[in-house]
Design a protein around this ligand. Structure first.
Ligand code: HEM
Length: 405
């Protein structure tokens, strides 16, 4: 709170221009603060590493939308229930849903995707080379960082190639908070039809596997082992929403980080075994998400010495935690020699990112192949010329112009 007891207000443009700057300022001045957040309303914003990490795993900070505090809230459609998925649930429903999703989303399925991911990556890099022939500037975001995850995710799910472009546009617009009502309805109709098609003609893809999980689960079994039709639809929707734009941001912002830290890029080229550690550092440094998804207090809690009453919204600023000097010395330095891990870019606790192995695999393939294919890759223009997307949650570039040779 401010001295007058009012929540801190942040101008939307100021926040979107530099969420990390805003959160860093809070971390230094008021690490647990009531803030009027653009697009969300009043929330308690938590910015220190120790508090954020503890908050992510704290069962007193709940998510289930059936128990949301009352009061004004900006939220997409209530009409179609696409929000019955695990990220908006608490135990025991969360435990049940995560277990069922994991039956289909297996490490084996992800490992099997690696060779195909490399093929897709190399084809995209070839196309980019043709587009940039003669030293022209190309947009690495639209030619590489975006098509790679949407293609891999679509193949994993079993989304036909012809439908990928409109889904890509829909997800980006949704994240940028454009016409969410219509987009939610369109995606609900599309995935309902896709599920029906996979049920009629199962294939070796994730949606078919999830339909099998749904149809083999026993609805009579007091819901402990069952997956409902709504949860199946919502679960597929969430995989698309959670798995696409996040990975785009990691690849695009990660490339920017490499281009603006040539000594680290050279180090990675000379020592490719550093790649897994480099991806962890890029996750920490680039923050594909500004913050975790929102939570609310189900009882009175004290965070970082600040008392918060039951029924309040809480925002855990993961990007600020990743930049906390108490946890990461000299946090502004990109350093592939840093002890890997510890970042909270994939969250922590029971909601820890289900897709982390997929995202890591895609990033390893993408950066490995990109550095090999374009030894002279450089930024066209300056970092100050780049524009960031007008999203509160997503931390992503609008475009990334590069020179290939
Ligand atoms: C760089 C890429 C990614 C990042 C940075 C990321 C980040 C996150 C974070 C921070 C959470 C936890 C949110 C919270 O606690 O509020 C989360 C959860 C989740 N993510 Fe990811 N994610 C990425 C890629 C993916 C991919 C590729 C998929 C799947 C296709 C995926 C699926 C999920 C799911 C299903 C959850 C919910 C887990 C649960 O509630 O138990 N994510 N992700």
């Amino acid at each position: 709170m401010t001295d007058e007891g009012q929540p801190i207000s942040v101008d939307e443009d100021v926040y979107i221009r530099s969420p990390s700057g805003f959160f860093a300022h809070l971390r230094e001045t008021q690490p647990v603060a009531a803030v009027q957040m653009p697009g969300y309303g009043r929330m308690w914003v938590v910015t220190r590493y120790a508090d954020v990490r503890a908050g992510l795993a704290d069962p007193r900070l709940a998510k289930d939308r059936h128990h949301w505090p009352t009061g004004p809230r900006t939220w997409p459609s209530q009409a179609v229930n696409l929000h019955a998925h695990m990220l908006h649930r608490d135990p025991p429903d969360h435990t049940r849903l995560r277990g069922l999703m994991q039956k289909a989303f297996t490490p084996r399925r992800i490992a099997q995707l690696r060779p195909r991911t490399l093929e897709i990556t190399e084809a995209l890099l070839e196309d980019m080379a043709s587009a940039g022939g003669g030293g022209d500037i190309v947009d690495l975001l639209t030619r590489f960082a975006r098509p790679l995850p949407i293609t891999v995710l679509s193949e994993l799910l079993g989304v036909p190639a012809a439908d990928r472009t409109w889904i890509e546009v829909a997800v980006v617009d949704y994240d940028d908070r454009k016409d969410r009502e219509r987009i939610t309805r369109d995606l609900a109709v599309y995935f309902t039809d896709l599920i029906a098609a996979k049920r009629a003609e199962p294939c070796d893809d994730l949606v078919s596997a999830l339909v099998r999980v749904r149809d083999e689960s026993d609805p009579g079994d007091d819901a402990s082992g069952a997956l409902t039709d709504t949860e199946l639809l919502s679960g597929v929707f969430q995989l698309v929403m959670a798995g696409f734009d996040t990975t785009v941001n990691l690849i695009a912002s990660g490339t920017l980080a490499l281009l603006t830290h040539p000594e680290q890029m050279t180090r990675l080229r000379e020592e490719p075994s550093l790649l897994p550690a480099a991806i962890e550092e890029l996750l920490r440094y680039t923050n594909p998400l500004n913050h975790a998804t929102d939570r609310f207090t189900v009882t009175d809690v004290t965070i970082g010495g600040v008392a918060i009453a039951a029924g309040e919204w809480v925002l855990l600023a993961t990007s600020s935690a990743n930049g906390d000097p108490d946890r990461f010395p000299d946090p502004e330095r990109l350093d592939f020699g840093r002890e890997p891990g510890g970042h909270v870019s994939f969250g922590h606790g029971i909601h820890y990112c289900l897709g982390a192995p997929l995202a890591r695999m895609e990033a390893q393939v993408a950066f490995g192949a990109l550095l090999k294919r374009f030894p002279k890759l450089s930024l066209a223009g300056t970092p100050e010329d780049l524009r960031w997307r007008p999203s509160s949650l997503m931390h992503g570039l609008e475009a990334l112009p590069v020179r290939l040779t």
